[in-house]
Design a protein around this ligand. Sequence first.
Ligand code: SF4
Length: 155
Amino acid sequence: MNIKFKKLNKTIVKCKKCPRLTNFIKKISLEKRKQNFNEKYWGKPVTGFGDVNARLMIIGLAPAAHGGTRTGRAFTGDKSGNFLFKSLFSVKISNQAFSENKDDGLKLKSTYITNILKCVPPGDKPMNKELSQCSNYFIKEIDYLKKNKSDCNTR
Ligand code: SF4
């Protein structure tokens, strides 16, 4: 992770620009799901992750309530992640066929994974102003990846 992404991700994790979503994350993280009751939920916005020199970007709408919001990593700890990482492993994009938590050793080759919205919305339905607010982060991610790519090509 380079310095620009580190700075951006630090800002995202602390972001509380959408009170409805910040409160919803808090509620989920306190109430928890039955099978994860003994776990401490991440309970904050979820950043993108992967190879900052990526040629491929995989985009979701938002973290899952008991997936990314619980584990702190996009597409991690839920059914869509299970499917995604089996597929990525089969084409040698990821070094393992599962994504369970931030410390599970997962590495991605030339691929960056993120969500447009960094906080889970109630009913998976974001409001327009939330999407528009958060898309500023998403646009920065795209810009940084493009910039890294062009830096690599001119080396
Ligand atoms: S959705 Fe995005 S802009 Fe809104 S609080 Fe979460 S990180 Fe901030």
